[in-house]
Design a protein around this ligand. Structure first.
Ligand code: AMP
Length: 399
């Protein structure tokens, strides 16, 4: 695309966490959008940015009005300018309308205008067309670089695209990278392909597990999810997390995997605890014989060894979900060992994608983000992508 002398409207995901004094506590999402912004600026364009921040419609003030002070994007202006090496960043206290249009018209090329929180407009989350049309007046070109919200059909993430002709809309570089890396797993994986799944509940990951069984060679199931599979097979899992209504589903997933020739790897043992607490008494135990009053909160030593072998023999690795309650140091060992093994496999030449949610937090916490091939910025969006769903934010650009 030719950005020279163009006003380029970019949907970014600047939904960053702020502390009580409105300092940004993690600017990962902002940094992820910088390459696209810099590219447009360096090629002679001006950048108009829109993003949401938090849930201002849900968390209104006592009198029912929007809590502008808490959710304004103005808090991000100074840091954004710093990240862009001092490029001027102007702020418009409105998302759309006359004032915004005037500021866009007056915006010098080489500079940035940040619009107010898209979710201050009640139509945004409903995909309101009039709002999307008003947004479309704020740029000659529309780029979507907000992978983290690509699974939502909101005015700024999807609907706005319909007001731009095909040659005047496209993906930003973050979006491009997310899609290309996910496709290295989904479409063109080098085999063996191993998916490592974990996290709390089977019910959150049913679609993912079903989809994975269609195309992976090995499926590792750790975390709280695993106990539903053990119970379904007649194991004693004590007080571990179990979804009683998903026992049949667990058995049918195991059968489906068998039919398809997919090898399922469940943890042979667990680190069990007598309370859901970092200070609980703990010991290792087979997952078929967990006593009442005890619960599995991390995978055990044998499981770590088994999973390690599978991961190191893989050419493509996808990881979604921790192996245990890694937020408590006493139960972080399994997740840590898997993270280190994924890094080791990557060093040996495997492609590794950390696909969303708490496994991303775990990789970042361990400082291993640079030692895996790609860490996705989009939790829910990546999950939906891997589940095979067409994301509205992607579809809208292609239409
Ligand atoms: P998810 O968002 O589905 O990836 O789940 C992540 C959550 O699963 C984390 O907060 C973990 O603490 C939790 N989790 C992982 N393993 C277990 C377990 N064995 N028992 C209870 N919760 C777990």
């Amino acid at each position: 695309m030719d950005f020279h002398n163009k006003k380029v409207l970019i949907r970014v995901d600047f939904n960053v966490p702020l502390d009580d004094n409105f300092n940004i506590t993690d600017d990962t999402r902002m940094r992820a959008a910088i390459p696209t912004i810099k590219k447009v600026l360096s090629e002679g364009g001006a950048v108009v940015l829109m993003s949401h921040l938090g849930r201002p419609q849900k968390k209104r003030k006592e009198d029912g009005s929007i809590d502008v002070e808490r959710f304004t994007l103005k808090h991000l202006v100074t840091h954004l300018s710093e990240l862009l090496g001092g490029v001027p960043v102007h702020f418009c206290p409105e998302t759309v309308g006359e004032k915004a249009e005037k500021m866009v018209a007056e915006l010098p090329y080489g500079e940035v205008l940040l619009l107010e929180n898209t979710r201050f407009n009640s139509g945004e989350s409903k995909g309101d067309e009039a709002l999307a049309e008003a947004m479309s007046k704020l740029g000659d070109i529309y780029l979507n670089d907000a992978f983290g919200t690509a699974h939502r059909a909101h005015s700024s993430t999807a609907v706005v695209a319909k007001f731009f002709p095909k040659e005047k809309k496209g993906f930003g570089m973050l979006m491009d990278a997310e899609i290309k890396n996910a496709n290295k797993v989904v479409q063109t994986p080098e085999r063996p392909l191993t998916a490592i799944t974990g996290g709390a509940k089977v019910s959150d990951k049913i679609l993912l597990l079903e989809k994975l069984i269609d195309f992976v060679d090995h499926l590792i199931i750790g975390g709280g999810m695993a106990y539903t599979f053990f119970k379904a097979q007649g194991g004693k899992v004590g007080n571990s997390l179990v979804e009683e209504d998903k026992l049949d589903l667990a058995l049918s997933l195991l059968q489906k995997a068998k039919d398809k020739g997919v090898q399922i790897h469940l943890p042979e043992d667990s680190l069990i605890a007598d309370a859901f607490s970092n200070d609980a008494n703990t010991r290792y135990c087979s997952n078929m014989e967990i006593p009442d009053g005890w619960m599995g909160l991390d995978i055990g030593k044998k499981a770590i060894k088994d999973f390690r072998e599978v991961i190191l023999s893989s050419k493509t690795i996808l990881w979604n979900g921790p192996m245990g309650v890694f937020e408590m140091p006493a139960f972080a060992e399994g997740t840590k060992a898997i993270a280190l093994t994924v890094a080791e496999a990557t060093k040996n030449g495997a492609f590794s994608l950390i696909g969303g949610g708490d496994s991303v937090a775990a990789i970042n916490q361990l400082g291993l983000a640079d030692e895996v091939s790609y860490v996705s910025t989009g939790g829910g969006a990546m999950l939906k992508f891997l589940e095979g769903e067409e994301l509205p934010g992607i579809a809208a650009i292609k239409e």
